[in-house]
Design a binder for this molecule. Structure first.
Ligand SMILES: NC(=O)c1ccc[n+]([C@@H]2O[C@H](COP(=O)([O-])OP(=O)(O)OC[C@H]3O[C@@H](n4cnc5c(N)ncnc54)[C@H](O)[C@@H]3O)[C@@H](O)[C@H]2O)c1
Length: 247
């Protein structure tokens, strides 16, 4: 019970990494507010979880930070852990990228985590163990064709998180980010189910010769969110099975 008595928010929690993390946090004793878009089955995803409350909300809505952070505090009385996991990918060569796609990627991947952190800070200051865990990507450091908006946004998550760590350390709040590799989730499964050969390429590129599972990331998030990670701040934790070792 490494999160006994803690209150956590996990965004993008209807699927993949967010769903697995919300459930692991709850199993470890936390009360969790799990957030996702309307119509994504967030309530269904956690229907058997006694300690997971759910909220349908886009993190990109103008009132999202208020609705989510204040909603968690109203429901559970405090806030200890904020995990900004909701994210979107966009895929277009830079020359052809629609500005709407660029802006949507940044609205969800960078602007929303910033605003949620900003709204959460006063509550995290009151916590004995305030934690921010943001989800970036190995693409914060690497790149690929078509990923200009995604890579730039995830590099933004890294820079944002390191700065928060510096500013919030004196309040005993840690801020770290995860860099997932190739993980089988709602984001990747449609392509990998249709093209198992592509999934195999990603699996075989990793030193550990497999794709990541959402639980691999949930366990890393638990480390950063719990007392085990108390002296770790401003860091990116790569969880990719050794995908990025090879140049
Ligand atoms: N799967 C991978 O290989 C991989 C690799 C690197 C980074 N990531 C990152 O991991 C995070 C989680 O993604 P995942 O792989 O679990 O994918 P996923 O699609 O299974 O889960 C993402 C969830 O975020 C939700 N979401 C999207 N926009 C939202 C919004 N505006 N408001 C609220 N919720 C929203 C989606 O509905 C979805 O349920 C993302 O930030 C993603 O960029 C994933």
């Amino acid at each position: 019970m490494r999160l006994n008595g803690r209150v956590a928010i996990v965004t993008g929690a209807a699927s993949g990494i967010g769903r697995a993390t919300a459930q692991l946090f709850a199993q470890e004793g936390a009360q969790v507010l799990a957030v996702d878009l309307a119509g994504k089955g967030i309530a269904e995803a956690h229907k058997d979880q006694q300690h997971v409350a759910t909220l349908e909300k886009s993190v990109a809505d103008a009132d999202a930070a208020e609705a989510i952070v204040d909603g968690a505090v109203k429901r559970f009385g405090k806030l200890d852990i904020l995990m900004n996991n909701a994210g979107v990918a966009s895929n277009a060569l830079a020359e052809l990228m629609a500005i709407e796609d660029w802006d949507r990627t940044f609205a969800v991947n960078v602007r929303a985590p910033f605003l949620l952190c900003q709204r959460a800070i006063p509550h995290l200051k009151s916590s004995a163990a305030g934690r921010i865990v943001n989800v970036a990507s190995v693409m914060a450091e690497g790149t690929n064709f078509g990923l200009s908006a995604y890579c730039a946004s995830k590099a933004g998550v890294a820079g944002l998180t390191r700065t928060l760590a510096l500013e919030l350390g004196k309040f005993k709040i840690t801020a770290n980010y995860l860099l997932p590799g190739a993980i089988r989730t709602g984001m990747t499964s449609p392509l990998w189910d249709a093209r198992p050969d592509i999934a195999d390429i990603w699996a075989n590129k990793a030193a550990l010769r497999r794709l990541g599972q959402p639980e691999d990331l949930a366990k890393a998030a638990l480390f950063l969110a719990s007392d085990d990670g108390a002296f770790v701040t401003g860091q990116g934790l790569t969880v990719d099975g050794g995908l990025m070792l090879r140049v």
